[in-house]
Design a protein around this ligand. Structure first.
Ligand SMILES: C[N+](C)(C)CCCC[C@H](N)C(=O)O
Length: 288
């Protein structure tokens, strides 16, 4: 099993994450706080009050988890393709795999990474939704003091299964959309590259960027449901299941609810995934 694919997945994921983090902070603040008029207003206020560092708050935990999650995704994707087509990463340019195989490998990667991502994502969402201002003397502290405390509290209060709250919605979100992610990437690369050659850096950047956008656009409805299920039991009523959450959210807030965060998510997806794919391809090329 080629290990390079796992390591390249890890490094490229971390680079993409750092680049996209300011967008993620703005997205979370817009979704959870009412003090901002829009994306630009949020950026200006964050910069004025907290300087550039304000955009990178709480990044250490996601950086640590992306190492596991992205290496599982890219490692499983590439090794599934190897099993299906018997061609290694180097040989794939000369003998491109079929789109069905790419889709199956992407779905497999998405399905398995969801299992690793679930607890990290749950903790991220719970912490991001703590909107209390910084602790002032005398004010009650936020429920979770940080990622480790958050994980320990969930474990104590809800048991080990509590750490996998929303995991089923996450799996439903990621299995097909990771197939879409890799198909978009490979398809765009294939279309703008002469037969048998490696795609240029510009092609990889654009194809990676669009792969991010198409997969996030299709993932957004279940992303909303996933986050709501992860928050359930804390400050919202518990849902009986994914379907119950879909129906009650649509009834109470209309169909628009399924597209919350779409604009900022797409703006984030382009640079993040452009850099992720460029560094992934570059590293594998370097190690050949
Ligand atoms: C499949 N889904 C759309 C959920 C994610 C696809 C892109 C994953 C990437 N690490 C990012 O954070 O953008």
């Amino acid at each position: 099993m080629p290990v390079e694919e796992f390591v390249a997945g890890w490094i490229s994921g971390a680079l993409g994450l750092v680049l996209g983090y300011p967008f993620d902070t703005v997205k979370v603040r817009l979704q959870t706080q009412t003090t901002y008029r829009g994306i630009v207003d949020c950026m200006v206020k964050t910069y004025r009050h907290e300087s550039l560092l304000g955009f990178f708050k709480g990044m250490s935990f996601p950086i640590a988890s992306i190492a596991v999650v992205n290496s599982v995704l890219f490692g499983i994707y590439s090794n599934t393709l190897l099993a299906l087509t018997a061609t290694s990463h180097q040989e794939r340019r000369a003998q491109p795999p079929s789109y069905t195989h790419i889709f199956i490998a992407g779905c497999t990667g998405g399905f398995l990474q969801a299992y690793f991502l679930a607890p990290f994502d749950l903790i991220k969402v719970r912490l991001q939704n703590q909107t209390e201002p910084r602790a002032k003397p005398g004010s009650p502290p936020p429920r979770y003091r940080g990622p480790v405390h958050c994980a320990a509290s969930i474990f104590q209060e809800e048991g080990p299964r509590g750490l996998f709250r929303g995991a089923w919605a996450l799996t439903l979100r990621d299995t097909p959309t990771m197939g879409i992610y890799f198909i978009t990437y490979e398809c765009l690369c294939h279309q703008s590259t002469p037969e048998g050659q490696n795609p240029s850096s510009a092609t990889v950047l654009v194809a990676g960027g669009f792969a991010g956008i198409t997969s996030w656009v299709t993932a957004t409805p279940l992303d909303v449901i996933k986050s709501r299920m992860q928050m359930a039991g804390l400050n919202q009523r518990a849902h009986r299941g994914v379907l119950d959450c879909i129906v009650s959210s649509a009834r109470q807030e209309g169909l628009g609810v399924f597209f919350r965060g779409l604009t900022i998510n797409s703006a984030r997806a382009f640079p993040v995934n452009a850099v992720t794919f460029l560094s992934y391809e570059y590293l594998l090329h370097l190690w050949q």
